[in-house]
Design a binder for this molecule. Structure first.
Ligand SMILES: [Zn+2]
Length: 190
């Protein structure tokens, strides 16, 4: 197994006292993500970057921030589930491009979809996609070396590939260049 591929995310971020206060300011049942929680956002982002070895949680490529910013993705969309908008278990790091694919789709099994959910789903089987805190990505998705296409190894894999559009053209060609780069590295004397 590639040592970069460590899943699930080992450590759930723990808010500091100051961040608890910062993120519990609003109680109107709306999303306040934009323009708020700056301290918390900065710290959880740094934590996730370490946990995810700098990779996007969905396409698994190293996020090159000089090209494209890393974004905090809400697994349960913040517009629909504002009660979980700063809950660490709901937050993962993704590349901008993956983040913009899913939009407001809800990755939960039917019986969990109530928007009034009080408690965050606890079991990996509550999610229809690979749940990065509890599922091992490689059990569900593989990248075929020849074509560089993602292929499903399970129903969750299939859903993750479709929700995050993991075979989009630009991503597939980026995977091909990664592979070329890796091959070329072999011939470079260190
Ligand atoms: Zn990505």
């Amino acid at each position: 197994m590639n040592p970069d591929y460590i899943f699930p995310i080992g450590q759930i971020y723990r808010k500091t006292q100051q961040e608890e206060e910062e993120t519990s300011r609003f109680s109107d049942g709306k999303s306040h993500w934009v323009g708020n929680y700056e301290n918390f956002k900065k710290n959880i982002k740094a934590h996730l970057r370490r946990e995810q070895c700098g990779r996007c949680v969905f396409c698994r490529r190293i996020i090159d921030e000089s090209q494209c910013p890393a974004t905090i993705e809400h697994l349960l969309p913040k517009a629909i589930y504002p009660q979980f908008e700063t809950l660490p278990e709901n937050l993962v790091l993704s590349c901008f491009s993956c983040n913009s694919q899913k939009r407001e789709k809800i990755p939960l099994i039917d019986s969990m979809q109530s928007v009034n959910l009080e408690n965050y789903p606890q079991s990996a089987s509550d999610f229809t996609i690979v749940y990065p805190y509890k599922d091992n990505y490689e059990d569900h998705i593989d990248i075929e070396e020849k074509t560089c296409l993602a292929f499903k190894k399970s129903a969750k894999g299939e859903k993750t590939i479709s929700l995050y559009n993991l075979n989009r053209e630009r991503l597939v060609s980026a995977r091909k260049s990664d592979l070329e780069y890796k091959k070329n590295q072999k011939y470079i004397r260190r």
